[in-house]
Design a binder for this molecule. Structure first.
Ligand code: SF4
Ligand code: SF4
Length: 248
């Protein structure tokens, strides 16, 4: 009989393998964090006091489930090669946000049936419009849940790279936390041998020193006009198609 962690992983794998999407995926990654991990308190200092603690979403929170859906390498290569934003990348963004919502809803349905309280979060657009800071950062949650390390591209680089999207769900049951990686996945932070993301940023928003979020987001809104048929498509990802995009 599967334990709770195994059930969660199986559900996420099943939903991804059977997704009704044009987008193809590599195998999902799933990590677990204790809702009482001190890093969740530190996020209020690092990201801002508005960043929610898991217990503000669910008073009896015990575990935060984080999952990463890595895009097929063909999608990453398409966006690397295209001088504009590849349509495949745009479609992957839209479809994966929907898939994350579907997975989150299924997790809620299955776990609630086991008597577990569950709160889901959207994949994106969960941020303050003024200062563009997240109320719930799926990437930061993925870090706490052991899924990867941050690169200078401000992406969470997992063992399968950073070309994909994160979802997360807070639950009232305990699952043992996933150990965090001990090695940097960003090649610049490891040995200063890469600056692909900085050099590939079309706006200069990204430098080794940091990210100008407003300059970046202004570009994402311009890109949105390129795909009027896809819904809100504020994307770019030129900093997420380098050597750390698909590590496996
Ligand atoms: S492209 Fe290179 S420098 Fe930029 S985050 Fe990835 S590994 Fe680090
Ligand atoms: S998303 Fe695009 S504009 Fe924003 S930092 Fe990355 S490469 Fe630069």
């Amino acid at each position: 009989m599967l334990n709770l962690a195994e059930k969660v992983i199986e559900l996420i794998n099943h939903q991804t393998e059977n997704a009704d999407t044009i987008t193809q995926y590599r195998k999902p990654l799933v990590g677990f964090a204790s809702a009482h991990d001190p890093l969740f308190n530190q996020m209020k200092e690092i990201i801002g006091p508005h960043h929610l603690h898991p217990t503000e979403l669910l008073p009896d929170a015990q575990t935060v489930i984080s999952f990463f859906l890595p895009f097929a390498k063909t999608i990453i290569i398409a966006n690397r090669k295209n001088p504009q934003i590849a349509r495949e990348w745009a479609v992957a963004y839209i479809e994966t946000n929907t898939l994350i919502a579907t997975i989150s809803a299924e997790l809620k349905r299955e776990l609630t049936a086991l008597g577990i309280n569950v709160v889901t979060q959207p994949a994106t657009h969960n941020f303050n419009e003024q200062d563009l800071s997240a109320r719930w950062s799926n990437k930061s949650v993925g870090f706490v849940a052991g899924l990867g390390t941050f690169g200078i591209n401000h992406m969470l680089i997992t063992s399968s790279g950073c070309g994909g999207r994160f979802g997360s769900t807070v639950i009232s049951a305990e699952i043992p936390p996933t150990p965090r990686p001990t090695q940097e996945n960003c090649l610049y932070l490891r040995d200063s041998k890469c600056q692909f993301c900085v050099n590939n940023c079309p706006t200069g928003a990204l430098t080794v020193q940091g990210l100008d979020k407003h300059k970046c987001y202004a570009h994402l809104l311009e890109v949105d006009k390129q795909f009027p048929d896809l819904g809100l498509c504020d994307i770019c990802g030129k900093c997420a198609v380098g050597p750390c995009a698909s590590l496996s």
